[in-house]
Design a protein around this ligand. Structure first.
Ligand code: F6R
Length: 608
């Protein structure tokens, strides 16, 4: 999704801005641009190609103040005229993440006041609005604050003016933004990874904050315009954690990082002899004691993690659980039970729909909120009472991999802690689960050894246009996740069904052109699944079965069996995810798609 970088220093900031944009490329974008202030003039350089192209165009540019942006189109097609920064009267330039909902009305008013619009974006109204207040004699800070008061919607913005070479203004509401602190220089960014080469010291802006920044210092103001102090934090990220380390793609690297990511996520638990609610925060024990149900809210892959958790929570902890897509829940009139624990799941912690769903739940009277999230400083973490951090490390590939399996591990911990609290887990069961969790990283490592076999298998998918994924019970969400991975990076249309549902419709699609991928753990539903697969075989379907040891599947005509290790019990969904990630990766690789940055998608979906 859109990315912002800004810098003010006593040296040329153009290379810093361009490097920052390159580091934000993983978020997804379709145009990029920079605005630089020098000699009382603003210059705007944009490109609809990659940031590398912008770098060539800006090669000669020098300036000690500038703002830069990667745009993921919402209002207006990807084009140079719609690329950010947007300028007003060659005097004020603005970069913006988010969506301004009342931009049409503002555009009419500004046009009537004589402003000429040169783009189709909502952002251009912000530039003209700030300019209109600036032209009336307000300082740049006051002009920005006055303009923001007229906006409805979400924004993170950076603002510069041609005649203010020592002033950078920024503000946020609904979209993330942070301030980077250097030695006699300052930066802004929508994502800390953009700033790691220049600083790890950051200040996260709160909702409604506005900052006035110079090379020498900065001042922060809250929504009401009162000066505020926000803590300076040292980011835990470093450069090594966001490099490829010899892998061809981030997605491949992140698939292989899963044993370590799981070990890190489970570290505190696996090193102890028993499970305690404290891993979710100091108030967890008291909160869990009041809870009689769970509502999980999430989007995409994180939603699939929630779907697996529902099976665990009801079966092991005996707690009623529902799982909702955040973008639906936030607009649904629902019946709130204040004793329900609201669990949000998010890799980024900034997904606009999940954040809005969390706040909607709170507005309905839900007090108990728990975030499972991979980014410690994110909005979802900050706005939840309880939290468990997945420690997957930065996930750069747009297709979520290690974030998903670590979310599952975190949700399994939640299940066990709640089960123990409800008296549903005796000491022997607890020790058995802890033993299985300790073994999980090496079990995942063993599954990763299937990589060469799966790379070969992927050749059979390259010319296919559709694929059907099947699973049952705990593994139905894994089939959904396998289909999502395949469609988003290889652009092959893929669907997932609970295998028992086949004969109620989707069986009509099965012929030899439709590969059918089955997740086949050695669990209580195995024989049922086998019958479902016979239905496929009888219709000439080509089957690819990921089968646990001792499931007695045999490769044969139209039947390809990939042998998984022994059944891993409740943790089996985590192991069965790995081959489906690898399958999607190798199909995409062989099709030559942009694996880490699939078309039309963004890593962090900060707009609705
Ligand atoms: C798919 C994928 C997305 C995200 C979804 C939610 O591979 O990554 O479906 O899972 O956009 O994002 P987070 O988890 O950051 O809230």
């Amino acid at each position: 999704m859109c990315g912002i970088v800004g810098a003010i220093a006593r040296r040329n900031v153009a290379p810093i801005l361009l490097q920052g944009l390159e580091r934000l490329e993983y978020r997804g974008y379709d145009s990029a641009g920079v605005a630089l202030v020098s000699d009382g003039r603003l210059s705007r350089i944009v490109s609809t190609g990659r940031v590398a192209e912008l770098r060539e165009r800006a090669a000669a540019a020098t300036s000690e103040l500038g703002i830069a942006h990667t745009r993921w189109a919402t209002h207006g097609v990807p084009s140079e005229r719609n690329a950010h920064p947007h300028m007003s009267s060659e005097h004020v330039a603005v970069v913006h993440n988010g969506i301004i909902e009342n931009y049409e009305e503002l555009r009419v008013n500004l046009t009537a006041a004589g402003y000429v619009f040169t783009s189709d974006t909502d952002t251009e109204v912000i530039a003209h609005l700030i300019h209109s207040h600036y032209a009336r004699g307000n300082g740049l800070l006051a002009a920005t604050q006055a303009a923001l008061a007229e906006l409805i919607g979400a924004y993170a913005i950076g603002v510069v003016a041609a005649d203010q070479p020592d002033l950078l203004i920024c503000a946020r509401r609904g979209s993330p933004l942070l301030l980077g602190i250097g030695e006699g220089e300052h930066f802004i960014a929508s994502d800390v990874s953009a700033l790691l080469p220049v600083t790890q010291r950051v200040v996260y802006l709160e909702e409604g904050d506005v900052a006035e920044i110079s090379a020498a210092g900065y001042r922060l103001f809250d929504t009401a315009g009162n000066p505020v102090i926000r803590p300076v934090q040292v980011s835990q990220l470093n450069d090594a954690s966001v490099s490829l380390n010899g892998y061809r793609h981030y997605m491949q690297k992140e698939i292989h990082e899963q044993p370590e990511a799981l070990a890190n996520t489970l570290e505190s638990v696996c090193n102890s002899q028993s499970l305690v609610p404290g891993i979710f925060g100091a108030e967890a024990a008291a909160a869990f004691a009041e809870v009689d149900g769970i509502l999980i809210l999430a989007c995409g892959t994180s939603h699939h993690a929630g779907m697996v958790a529902r099976y665990w929570l009801e079966e092991i902890a005996g707690i009623p659980c529902s799982v909702e897509i955040a973008s639906e829940y936030r607009y649904r009139i629902s019946v709130a039970n204040p004793r329900t624990l609201i669990v949000t799941i998010s890799q980024s912690g900034e997904t606009a729909d999940t954040l809005a769903a969390l706040n909607y739940a709170k507005s309905l009277g839900h007090q108990h909120t728990l975030a499972i999230c991979n980014v410690p400083e994110s909005a979802i973490i900050r706005q939840s009472k309880l939290r468990l951090l997945t420690r997957a490390g930065p996930e750069i590939g747009v297709a979520s991999t290690k974030a998903f399996t670590t979310q599952l591990a975190a949700l399994f911990l939640l299940t066990l802690v709640l089960a123990k609290q409800c008296g549903k887990l005796d000491a022997a069961q607890e020790q058995r689960h802890l033993h299985d969790l300790r073994h999980l990283p090496s079990a995942v490592q063993a599954v990763l050894k299937l990589e060469p076999e799966i790379a070969k298998l992927a050749e059979q998918f390259v010319n296919k246009h559709h694929a059907l994924f099947l699973g049952r019970g705990l593994h139905y969400p894994i089939a959904l996740e396998g289909a999502l991975k395949l469609k988003e990076i290889s652009y092959i249309h893929a669907e997932a069904y609970p295998a028992g549902e086949l004969k109620h419709g989707p069986l009509a699609l099965v012929d030899k052109e439709m590969p059918v991928i089955a997740v086949a753990p050695n669990d209580a539903l195995l024989e049922k699944l086998k019958s479902n697969l016979q239905e496929v075989k009888a219709r000439g379907g080509e089957l690819y079965v990921f089968a646990d040891a001792n499931t007695r599947f045999h490769s044969g005509d139209g039947f390809h069996v990939m042998q998984m290790p022994e059944h891993a019990g409740y943790l089996s969904p985590i192991l069965h995810t790995i081959p489906l990630q690898l399958l999607a990766y190798y199909v995409a690789l062989q099709k030559g798609t942009d694996v880490d940055k699939p078309r039309n998608l963004a890593k962090s979906v900060t707009v609705e």
